[in-house]
Ligand binder design. Structure first.
Ligand code: NI
Length: 186
């Protein structure tokens, strides 16, 4: 196991479309997953995609801990998805803050589909198929975007809401509050 170096915004590996893993149960794939888990835990992240550790393969990991915010009780155990596929079940978007280990220090208000279905396999051959809403759906969309060379700022429609996270302590900008309230009302 190893803690891997995380690529930052601007590195070419974060811009390319990652390749499918041909054999998800191979020792190399298993090693990659173990290293991703160790790296994510070390960096205190919610999710991590293989391109973020300079490996352009379609592998993501994530977990959602309960009590992240008052509205959501959803807890998602550590999940590995090899060759994931996402299907949007709702075309309407909700707005919330995102951050990324490849975009350190920044946060931005990002529109995402509010409900998705996703599929993938794990290195032990388990097939995963789940529907997800809210923050769970957001995390999966964010991580899978990494596999197509997309970082969260590229999904934003108002770049004035791309900020240093520390600045949120001075209060949420009115423009962000309006977008988040629209999301909640749906
Ligand atoms: Ni990210």
């Amino acid at each position: 196991m190893a803690i891997l170096k995380i690529a930052r915004m601007g590195h070419p590996v974060l811009r390319v479309k990652a390749r499918d893993v041909e054999d998800p149960s191979s020792p190399r794939a298993l090693q990659l997953v173990e290293d991703l888990v160790e790296t994510m835990i070390d960096a205190d992240g919610t999710g991590l995609a293989a391109p973020q550790v300079h490996v352009p393969l379609r592998v993501v990991i994530f977990q959602v801990t309960a009590g992240r915010d008052e509205d959501e009780e959803v807890e998602v155990p550590l999940t590995v998805l090899v060759n994931p596929v996402i299907e949007e079940l709702e075309t309407d978007k909700t707005y919330d803050w995102e951050a990324c280990l490849s975009v350190p220090g920044l946060t931005g208000l990002v529109p995402r589909s509010s409900k998705i279905r996703y599929r993938g396999v794990t290195p032990d051959g388990t097939k995963i198929e789940r529907t997800a809403e809210g923050f769970h759906a957001r995390v999966v969309q964010h991580e899978c975007d990494h596999l197509d060379g997309v970082l969260f700022p590229q999904r934003m429609d108002d770049l004035s809401l791309l900020m240093f996270r520390e600045e949120l302590r001075n209060g949420i900008p009115d423009a962000a509050r309006r977008l988040m309230e629209c999301s909640d009302a749906e």
